[in-house]
Design a protein around this ligand. Structure first.
Ligand code: PLP
Length: 437
């Protein structure tokens, strides 16, 4: 399979190059040349398959030409070593719990898969060079990437995070690992961290001295594997009710829109999703686009669902590309909702009181958008993107109850914090990286 750039100045790129580079030379995002469709038989029998087997079939269609079958199977099995259950919340609304992985958030899937695929391609380079992954985080991405890449051969990860602005639970998940993971504690904001990473990717001297790449959802190896669990959601709903599966609407709490875009890919592969709903917090640039046809990025504002605080979603370019830039075509398949912090808190309380289910602030946007958007005869699945305990302070104060920390989180909290302090000055960051080259 070859890949082209959404900016259309680059085409015919192999998977290996697309994964190692992350972004195309014309600054566009890589897309597969075609999206293979799975046969009807696959969908008829999908509810009789194990998650890993169906994921392998999907992975094989997309990556089978470029990765040896045994290795691909290992990548899938290694990634999906935890369950993704579909839990009934109301008569017509189901939660796909994506938070049973090592860092209790859906990003574990993409991060683990990408680390293994990147390592595979590094080891096959003509002239082998290690790769340095730079990642700026406000919490969730750093923990998923650090844990996904821990001890993976040929890769060193640098996590940049704003000092004092990440919750203790989140901080512990990337500062206590050591080995090939270095946490850089930056005297500054998340935007400063992101600016440092961007400047590093643009710096010629640095890029000559060391191979740098990004691990956010611009990378095809991170974003595409997120399609796997959409198939599994459908399979589980089909087991519950054929009628529900035939009328499945999927709602995705969205920030950079990598997760939703993976769902669109799954649908193009033939998965019978009736339509999608994008749930946003106050950062509602996408909803505005749906309503007006105009895309106007703006700086993000902080909200309770902070992993969705994105003012210029990077995967918007992929959505435009998938629909040939047609606003009408996009609107026909995706609708949107937005919620303020007060509404998010209200939803969490109401859902807890009426159903017993504990939502995290991101999942709350998804659940509420289904409450507001489901039409007669439709059944809704929302992606519960993080475990409520990841936002323990927020969730326990909104619900006014204690939230138990899962064992995995308690273990992280016991580790010793190791960080390198940095100022938000690029020259200092560059000098530090060069000293490691
Ligand atoms: C990253 C994240 C999101 C947003 O996902 P995108 O793929 O960027 O749209 C939503 N919820 C949680 C908990 C996240 O960590």
């Amino acid at each position: 399979m070859l890949y082209y750039s959404t900016n259309k100045q680059v085409e015919g790129i192999g998977l290996s190059e697309a994964v190692i580079k992350g972004l195309a030379d014309d600054k566009g995002l890589f897309m597969p040349n075609y999206i293979p469709v799975l046969p009807d038989m696959f969908y008829r029998n999908i509810d009789k398959q194990a998650f890993r087997d169906m994921a392998y079939t999907v992975a094989y269609m997309l990556f089978g030409e470029d990765v040896h079958a045994n290795m691909l199977k290992m990548m899938v099995n290694d990634t999906l070593n935890f369950d993704v259950p579909l839990v009934k919340v109301t008569d017509r609304i189901f939660s796909l719990e994506l938070f049973h992985g090592p860092t209790l958030a859906f990003k574990d899937v993409g991060a683990r898969f990408m680390s293994r695929m990147l390592s595979y391609f590094i080891q096959r380079q003509d002239e082998r060079r290690d790769v340095n992954v730079l990642v700026a985080t406000s919490g969730d991405t750093g923990s998923a990437v650090a844990n996904g890449f821990l001890d993976v051969e040929g890769i060193h990860v640098y996590v940049l995070y704003p000092k004092g602005q990440v919750s203790p639970v989140q901080e512990s998940q990337f500062t206590t690992l050591g080995r090939n993971i270095t946490a850089l504690e930056v005297e500054g904001s998340f935007d400063d961290c992101q600016a440092l990473v961007k400047a590093a990717f643009l710096d010629d001297e640095l890029n000559k001295a060391m191979q740098l790449t990004s691990a956010n959802s611009i990378n095809v190896a991170r974003f595409i594997p997120q399609a796997f669990y959409y198939f599994y959601a459908y399979a589980q709903l089909k087991m519950i009710s054929e009628e529900a599966a035939a009328n499945m609407v999927v709602c995705v709490p969205s920030g950079n829109f990598g997760n939703l875009t993976a769902g669109l890919i799954a649908r193009r592969m033939g998965l019978p999703v009736k339509r999608f709903i994008a749930a946003n917090n106050r950062n509602d640039i996408f909803l505005e686009y749906l309503q007006t046809g105009e895309y106007k990025p703006r700086p993000s504002v902080p909200t309770l669902a902070n992993a969705m605080d994105v003012g210029n979603p990077s995967n918007f370019a992929r959505i435009l590309d998938l629909y040939g830039h047609s606003h009408e075509a996009i609107r026909a398949e995706i609708s949107g909702y937005r919620y303020t912090d007060e509404q998010i808190a209200g939803t969490m309380r109401t859902c807890r009181a009426e159903t017993g289910y504990v939502l995290d602030p991101h999942g709350a946007c998804g659940y509420q958008a289904l409450q507001d958007g489901l039409q007669a005869g439709e059944y809704g699945v929302f992606l519960e993107t993080a475990h409520p305990a990841k936002f323990v302070e927020t969730v326990s104060s909104i619900l006014n109850e204690d939230i138990e920390l899962p064992e995995k989180l308690v273990e992280f909290m016991k580790g010793e914090k190791q960080t390198v302090p940095l100022t938000a000055d690029f020259e200092a960051f560059k000098a530090y990286l060069l000293s490691k080259a």
